[in-house]
Design a binder for this molecule. Structure first.
Ligand code: ZN
Length: 326
């Protein structure tokens, strides 16, 4: 690896200008469209969306992920960064993947960010007659999240590096409820899609948020989450999602949808990889792509939610209570 070329290993260069495309809305794809490989643009073209550019912007943290620039049938622009901004062969944490991705989205003027995820349900209600349970085959719009790791919450080298003294992100409604309603509406219009059930934010589902790693949750983690759900009445799903705090700090509405692919590892005697490969490659990607494309063509910035109001300014005394910058 060559220092100064790829990632955060080589330090920070705040002077890097943003040279990529601009748009008010973007998708990070994610595991629901994973099975398309690099063919999302073909599905998009079949639906009347034109990919008008493919970019690889530099960021203060090194070379960024691929940024695809599209024009929708209604003439609107959107950006797509594949699979949460991850790059083949690069450890996302080590290479500051989330910083790079959010710096690009922030610089590009993105206000609405769509993210999809899949993975396991740790719902304690696994009997066949437990109709309300969150089961494989369900579509979920979570109410809240549990962080499984220390999430990035700012953009180093920018005014958002550590803004807590100036403004605090209240994490009620981490996933924009207005966007959740729009996504739920869109699932009803999808041709040929049959989700067993759509759980809206009112169902109180919690996402055990994680983004990068080489393994699934352990049986012990899944049992812990199962017990948490039983105790609180809020069922837990595990899965990939970018940092909701970082999205809020960057002034974005985060629209997150989740397709439950399997039970949490070890909770049922199935091998989740078999289910997942079939789901990712055969069932889900075209449906998820169609869902995202329809939303990207018509969503406007929500006015009825609190996403931006929940980034609260603080009294100037708070910032003055810290040591001044050198
Ligand atoms: Zn919102």
């Amino acid at each position: 690896m060559s220092p100064g070329h790829n990632g955060c290993l080589c330090g920070l260069d705040p002077s890097v200008p943003y040279e990529g495309p601009h748009a008010a809305i973007a998708t990070l794809g994610g595991s629901p469209t994973w099975g398309l490989g690099d063919r999302f643009h073909e599905i998009a073209a079949a639906e009347g969306h034109a990919r008008i550019g493919v970019h690889r912007p530099r960021t203060p943290y090194g070379l960024g992920p691929q940024v695809e620039h599209y024009r929708t049938p209604r003439g609107r622009a959107f950006l797509r960064i594949p699979t949460y901004g991850q790059v083949v062969g690069e450890d996302p944490l080590l290479r500051a993947s989330e910083w790079k991705t959010f710096w690009i989205l922030w610089q590009a003027g993105v206000r609405i960010l769509l993210v999809g995820g899949t993975s396991g349900s740790c719902d304690w209600r696994r009997g066949v007659k437990e109709e309300d349970a969150v089961r494989p085959g369900d579509f979920v719009l979570p109410r809240s999240y549990l962080p499984r790791d220390t999430m990035p919450t700012g953009l180093p080298g920018t005014e958002l590096e550590f803004c807590l003294p100036r403004q605090v992100a209240i994490m009620d409604d981490p996933f924009c409820p207005a966007l959740a309603e729009e996504i739920r509406e869109e699932t009803r219009r999808l041709p040929g899609a049959r989700f067993r059930r759509v759980h809206g934010p009112g169902a109180g589902v919690v996402l055990n948020r994680w983004l990068a790693g080489n393994g699934f949750e352990s049986l012990a983690t899944c049992r812990e989450l199962e017990l948490y759900g039983r105790l609180t009445g809020m069922p837990v799903i595990t899965g990939d999602c970018v940092s909701p705090v970082l999205a809020r700090v960057c002034g974005m509405h985060l629209g997150y949808y989740h397709v439950v692919a399997n039970w949490g590892t070890g909770l049922e005697p199935e091998d989740p990889t078999v289910t997942l490969d079939r789901l990712y490659l055969e069932t889900l990607p075209r449906v998820a792509a169609a869902l995202e494309l329809a939303l990207l063509d018509r969503l406007d910035e929500p006015a009825s939610c609190r996403c931006r109001a929940l980034l609260r300014p603080r009294p100037p005394e708070y910032a003055r209570a810290l040591s001044p910058p050198p």
